[in-house]
Design a protein around this ligand. Structure first.
Ligand code: NAD
Length: 511
């Protein structure tokens, strides 16, 4: 599916650069703008992973037109047949898992173990949604009236637009595209400009599995130039964004004006509570994985650890010792535990929060510095950073950083911990470490978040359960599982009156 390749720069042994056009109506099309942009490896910016089209509104218009044409046929393909293509794509992805994981690590920076997991999530989503093709359940209910049949069926919406972030480049594209096409919609997707290749790889697997032309179209480019016209397009009947709350406000505002379906999966500032009775070894390992996995660049990252005073001192000491020992480096090296920030801007944001935390009076326990010597000099690396004695109202405890910066906050007990956990604008994920089942269930009830983990960190979703959050984390929709099917279908209620008489609902009650 790559339309061209370039040789690697001297001194680098990586695979060649991919030159990708947009994918519209099953064809490879150059952008009308005539411009391109580069996709570089954040662990080694000498490595040019790909060159992509820097598209604009005219390309979006062409892609939507193609999706609209494809919809007239795709909507009539029986859902189980549509789903078979998705099932075959899962099998193809299994065969290409290592290749796609390697490419994802090059474009995004996260370690191979995690990019393999990202591809696996797309495989899981494909199997799950393939199964949905034989369900797409709707209610069949008794009618109020005699000789009348009542049911509701799901219908596709039409052309759906998708805008994705860079941190789960294949998984998040799969969460959106796969349920959408199984439900009979056609799609135009704008992948994140930092990681477009993985979306192309996913769509390549679907195309090789037999997806007809025009059902999925990819337009690469930047948010305001491609994402905004996509959201604004009158023929796009549903728009799904995963990204920051700031961009969510823009897309939500656009969608509201034309009443189109709009799903927003946005930021997080996720708390992990450690009570005095917790298994501390488990909590420390969980907090490290949750805080520094994906270099802290997960919407569900464990960015706040709220520890009860009885274990606070020991937790901080042991957590910091372990954080200092994490092996930072290029994610292509199997021994690496934490990769770079995705780009320079994100690294500078992370470092700016170190300054903010210091100025607010939090105690910097480890890290805080950029790594730019030796093997690090060509990448966007920084040390795993831990602040202790953090006040819940400090900016480092309130604002999403999206980097390897963890704030540890002391608390008096369960009630205090829940208040701190809930005292933010976001509500994505949350976690509690305790051996007390009563406290666990009280936390499940009281934590104001879309996800609660007990004795596990805040990260790590499974595709068949709803995924999303409360407050500024979104607008109430959920991806994953049945939530996605609900988003990508319109309900139609159907009444069949076989009484051969005019029966008036609520009026003819035989009284
Ligand atoms: P971002 O909001 O900067 O960008 C997300 C996408 O929106 C990108 O494709 C970008 O090009 C596009 N975009 C940017 N400005 C736009 C505009 N004006 N109009 C239309 N589109 C625009 O986010 P990011 O930096 O790519 O990702 C990090 C953010 O995503 C974090 O806030 C993180 O919490 C969030 N995220 C949320 C979830 C979730 O499911 N809740 C999952 C992953 C990431």
């Amino acid at each position: 599916m790559a339309t061209d390749t370039l040789a690697s720069p001297a001194g680098l042994s990586h695979t060649p650069t991919k030159v990708m056009k947009n994918f519209i109506d099953g064809e490879w099309i150059e952008s009308a703008t005539g411009e391109t942009f580069e996709n570089r490896n954040p662990a080694d910016t000498r490595d040019l992973v790909g060159i992509f089209q820097k598209s604009g509104k005219a390309d979006v218009d062409d892609a939507v037109e193609a999706a609209k044409r494809a919809f007239t046929k795709w909507r009539l393909v029986p859902a189980p047949r549509r789903a078979e293509i998705v099932f075959r794509a899962a099998e193809i992805l299994i065969g290409r898992k290592e290749e796609y994981a390697q490419e994802m690590t090059r474009e995004m920076g996260k370690v191979l173990k995690e990019t393999r997991g990202d591809v696996q999530e797309a495989i899981d989503a494909a199997y799950y949604n393939a199964g949905e093709g034989r369900r797409l359940f709707g209610p069949t209910v008794p009618s109020e009236l005699p000789n009348k049949f009542a049911m509701a069926v799901r219908q596709p919406i039409g052309v759906c637009g998708m805008i994705t972030p860079w941190n789960f480049p294949m998984a998040i594209s799969s969460w959106k595209l796969l349920p959408a096409i199984v439900c009979g919609n056609t799609c135009v997707i704008k992948p994140a400009q930092d990681t477009p290749l993985s979306t192309f790889n996913l769509v390549r697997a679907l195309t090789d599995a037999g997806l007809p032309k025009g059902v999925i179209n990819i337009v690469a480019g930047y948010g305001p130039e491609v994402g905004t016209p996509l959201a604004e397009h009158a023929d796009v009947r549903a728009i799904s964004l995963t990204g920051s709350s700031a961009v969510g406000r823009i897309i939500g505002g656009i969608a509201a004006k034309s009443f189109k379906h709009c799903s927003l999966e946005l930021g997080g500032k996720n708390p992990m509570i450690v009570l005095d009775d917790a298994n501390l070894d488990l909590a420390i390992e969980g907090g490290l994985w949750g805080g520094f996995g994906t270099t802290g660049q997960r919407c569900t990252a464990t960015s706040r650890i709220i520890a009860q005073k009885g274990v606070y001192g020991e937790f901080v000491e042991r957590y910091v010792e372990r954080a200092k020992k994490l092996k930072i480096g290029n994610g292509l090296d199997e021994a690496t535990e934490m990769g770079p920030a995705v780009n320079e801007k994100q690294l500078l944001t992370d470092l700016s929060y170190v300054e903010i935390g210091r100025n607010e009076g939090a105690k910097l326990m480890c890290g805080g510095n950029r790594l730019d010597k030796g093997e690090y000099q060509y990448g966007w690396f920084m040390e795993p950073t831990v602040f202790s004695d953090v006040d819940p109202k400090m900016r480092i405890a309130q604002e999403e950083i999206f980097g390897p910066v963890v704030s540890i906050i002391p608390c008096d007990g369960m009630e205090d911990a829940i208040e701190i956990a809930n005292g933010i604008e976001y509500g994505l994920s949350s976690a509690l470490y305790t051996k007390d089942v009563n406290k666990a269930f009280a936390a499940i009830r009281d934590l104001d978040a879309g996800i609660t983990y007990i004795n596990a960190p805040t990260i790590g979703a499974e595709v068949h359960l709803p995924f999303g959050g409360t407050k500024a984390t979104g607008n109430g929709h959920r991806e994953g599982g049945i939530g996605a099917i609900d988003f990508y279908t319109e309900w139609k209620s159907v009444y069949v009156d076989y009484s051969d008489t005019l029966q008036k609902a609520q009026i003819d009650r035989g009284e």
